[in-house]
Design a protein around this ligand. Structure first.
Ligand code: GLA
Length: 365
């Protein structure tokens, strides 16, 4: 067992004088298909090799208690509690309420997913909690839907299904091409000659959650005006202003996901990379969810030998970029990108190679 879950298990025993079961759920990185999930479109995420771990043991007194090794707030509430506290414990409250928990529990949580860094630390937390609280017996797509609802209803973030879906259903070595209209998906293996490099800009602009919800509302009002359930397969020429830009991004991004997945299967990395750069440009100019630091990271990457493609990943306004790079160049790309971004912005970034990994699971004792 790698060291973080082992440390978590030991700490649980020390605090609660009994042993625990351990569960893990990974963060995710989206290769392409951004802001399309809540529009019934295509996305292409991979679960990553960083995860949130939950140690859990039942309690006899119908109370739910949770603590984290990395965050100070704690939860200590009766079952059935539904009142958000305005901090990370709201994810636990939400998942427990939606699972209609009947048995109390102690939870202790640790993570190596950067918190709030755009790699879906929230979905890693809700999904690992859902597995730990017994939801692991439900079909995985149902767990993903429940976790999305927990985040929507208990934290106010109107996120789509992509992140909990990837955290639940990720497959080792693969990215998932998901159709968010019906949740059908195909696991596409990442070719051996490429690597995924994640570059965290280390900035998160304050407006992220409100701007995300605004974009979603604009898409929904455009769809309503056009009389369709989702902004997909529509003629957007009658729209204007923000609605037109949003609809154009969603439509073109959907085609790029298909082109990217086909290029990956055909081993055409140049074509895959072209789709990634075009995705970034569309998110920057049409959807307006990029920021200077993300643009700088993509621009520096685009000039490095061995980089096939780069783009912002996740909701935007900071967080990370994803880079598709030649395997034999990956270590020096990490170094050069780190040095280049630091020189351009004065901010030391966090850049690392990741490997697509399997979705949530129990860790055997
Ligand atoms: C966030 C949300 C996802 C998705 C992305 C943008 O990560 O949680 O549902 O909408 O932004 O693609």
């Amino acid at each position: 067992m790698s060291s973080l879950p082992a440390q978590l298990a030991r700490e649980f025993e020390r605090r609660y004088s009994r042993s625990a079961r351990l569960f893990r759920a990974p963060g995710r990185v989206n290769l392409i298909g951004e802001h399309t999930d809540y529009n019934g479109g295509f996305v292409f995420p991979a679960a990553i090799d960083r995860a949130t771990y939950v140690a859990v043991a039942p309690r006899e007194d119908r109370r739910l208690r949770a603590a984290s090794l990395s965050l100070p707030e704690t939860l200590d509430v009766p079952l059935g509690h539904r009142q958000p506290a305005g901090n990370w414990t709201d994810f636990i409250t939400g998942v427990a309420a939606l699972l209609q928990l009947e048995v109390g529990a102690d939870l202790l949580i640790a993570t190596d997913v950067p918190i709030g860094g755009g790699l879906s630390s929230s979905a890693a937390l809700t999904v690992s909690t859902a597995f730990a609280l017994g939801g692991g017996t439900l079909p995985r797509t149902e767990i993903a839907r429940l976790c999305q609802r927990a985040e929507n209803e208990f934290t106010g973030m109107q996120c789509g299904i992509m992140d909990p879906f990837a955290s639940c259903l990720g497959e080792d070595g693969c990215a998932l091409r998901i159709d968010c209209r019906d949740l059908s998906y195909k696991a596409v293996p990442l070719p051996g000659e490429v690597r995924l490099v994640i570059a965290n800009t280390m900035v998160k602009h304050e407006l992220a959650a409100s701007a995300y919800n605004e974009r979603r509302a604009a898409c929904e009002s455009a769809a309503a005006r056009l009389g369709v359930p989702f902004l997909r397969d529509v003629d957007y020429s009658s729209l204007t202003g923000r609605e037109l830009l949003c609809a154009r991004h969603v439509m073109t991004e959907n085609s790029r996901v298909i082109a990217f997945a086909d290029a990956l299967l055909a081993g055409d990395m140049t074509k895959a990379g072209t789709a990634m750069y075009a995705s970034h440009e569309s998110l920057k100019t049409d959807y307006e969810v990029s920021c200077q630091e993300l643009d700088t990271m993509v621009e520096i990457a685009s000039k490095l030998p061995g980089v096939h493609g780069a783009r912002m990943t996740g909701g935007g306004f900071g967080g990370c970029t994803i880079n598709l790079v030649a395997a034999d160049h990956a270590p020096e790309i990490v170094e050069q990108l780190t040095a280049g971004y630091r020189a351009a912005t004065g901010i030391p970034p966090h850049i690392f190679i990741t490997r697509p990994s399997a979705g949530a699971s129990e860790i055997p004792a």
